[in-house]
Ligand binder design. Structure first.
Ligand code: SF4
Length: 432
């Protein structure tokens, strides 16, 4: 084996520290990138639909996901890189990150870069370093691969605009659903500062789209949009607070995604933090509920509210809602409007479109639904077809609950699954 030069050995050492430090941020996914291939450049993220990510439990992405540095002047209690942490520290130069990205890219290891950072000196000074990386890749190296840059908390509007000029996606992390949670664990941060950055990004995206209609030469701005991340289970905030905040963020700032990251216990953690890792089933249920908000016409308040502040862990949120709203079923797939079809457990958005198409030509039967790969064992209790009427009223709530809920699984919010099913759950399980 060839021996590494001292420079390469030093970079490798930093990489080990800064890639490990970045794994706590779940807010990267590169779906939606549309950067076209430049014949004189390198890389192509157009239409790749890259959608990889990894959290501490090892879910995989094919972006180079690193921090520029894990030094930080802030002391967010949930973060392993907080100033009071005794974790090993390292700092890349922008040139080193550029070199690493290009080398990984040439070897086909990655399709792009996700770059975040601890805050050094000031928010603007850190943001400038992140921008130097993205700008250097694009301008000097004609890099057309995917770039996701983190917006540093408190960075100026000019720098946020500059970041969006070079990156496909930018993200400002809100971290917690409500200000009291931040006051408790990250007193230097505010929801207002995060949402102000999101508003600036959203406005610039709209402005750029408008300008593009008139001037084709308008510079791009974060064409893959913005995302954010919320940490789940580090405070006692219930799912109702989390989903209410997500809904507001989607409505106000057109976010592409809110990522939910189950709090990962860190070494020498503050006593305010839970000692145990929250169940990843909760994280998964939040992703399912999030899909219902974005694609199925549900509101947060329908799924969780003062009476039921947390999502059920033993059943998906859509089926749970259906069981609590028997009066809305059965839905006649041959007559009901799209909004009602979207609420049928086991029927996804694409299948709703197929049903709407097919019923123009003939009466839909159970076999038709089966051919669409709809989970009949679940859907049959909630639909009327040409050859089936479930007579749902004959099924008392207990017997229907028993049929639809998995047997002998009683999970509490902070239980770990008996077997390690958490890692086998799809990252974003279909919320149908
Ligand atoms: S500002 Fe970011 S890196 Fe620094 S302690 Fe807070 S969460 Fe961690």
């Amino acid at each position: 084996m060839t021996e590494l030069t001292p420079r390469l050995a030093a970079i490798q050492k930093k990489l080990a520290v800064l890639a490990d430090a970045a794994k706590y941020d779940a807010s990267c996914s590169s779906s939606g990138a549309q950067r076209k291939r430049d014949p004189n450049g390198m890389g192509n993220s157009e239409g790749m639909g890259i959608c990889h990510s990894y959290a501490p439990d090892g879910r995989c992405i094919s972006l180079l996901k690193i921090l520029l540095t894990n030094f930080c002047i802030y002391d967010c209690k949930f973060c392993i890189n907080r100033i009071s942490s005794n974790v090993q520290r390292a700092k890349f130069t922008p040139e080193e990150v550029i070199w690493l990205t290009l080398e990984f890219y040439r070897r086909n290891y990655i399709e792009g870069l996700f770059l975040s950072s601890g805050i050094i000196e000031s928010s603007d000074a850190t943001m400038e370093l992140l921008i130097r990386v993205a700008r250097g890749l694009r301008e000097q190296h004609k890099f057309n691969g995917y770039i996701h840059l983190k917006v540093v908390a408190g960075a100026s509007q000019e720098l946020i605009e500059e970041a969006g000029k070079w990156a496909d996606r930018i993200s400002a992390n809100i971290e917690m659903p409500v200000q009291p949670d931040l006051d408790l664990l990250a007193p230097a941060k505010t929801i207002d500062a995060a949402t102000k950055a999101m508003a600036q990004i959203a406005n610039k995206v709209i402005e750029t789209k408008d300008n593009l209609k008139h001037f084709k030469s308008t510079p791009k701005f974060a064409p893959a949009g913005q995302t954010t991340q919320m940490i789940v289970g580090a405070t006692s905030s219930p799912d109702a607070e989390i989903l209410k905040t997500s809904q507001e963020l989607y409505n106000k700032f057109s976010l592409k995604r809110v990522y939910y990251s189950a709090y990962s216990p860190i070494p020498n953690a503050d006593a305010l933090l839970p000692a145990e890792k929250p169940s990843l089933v909760r994280e998964n249920r939040l992703y399912q509920a999030d899909w219902l908000l974005r694609y199925y016409g549900f509101t947060a308040n329908e799924l969780v509210n003062d009476k039921n502040p947390n999502l059920a862990l033993d059943i998906d949120p859509k089926t749970s809602w259906a069981l609590g709203h028997r009066e809305s079923f059965p839905v006649d797939v041959n007559k009901s409007p799209k909004a009602a079809l979207l609420r049928i457990p086991g029927v996804g958005v694409k299948n709703v479109e197929r049903i709407l198409q097919l019923r123009q030509f003939h009466k839909i039967t159970l076999l038709d639904l089966q051919k669409m790969h709809i989970t009949i064992s679940r859907a049959k209790y909630f639909v009327i077809t040409a050859d089936h009427n479930p007579n749902i009223w004959l099924l008392d709530s207990e017997s229907l609950d028993a049929r639809l809920k998995p047997k002998a699984v009683q999970l509490s919010l902070f239980d770990q699954p008996a077997q390690d099913t958490s890692v086998k759950l799809p990252y974003v399980a279909a919320a149908v």
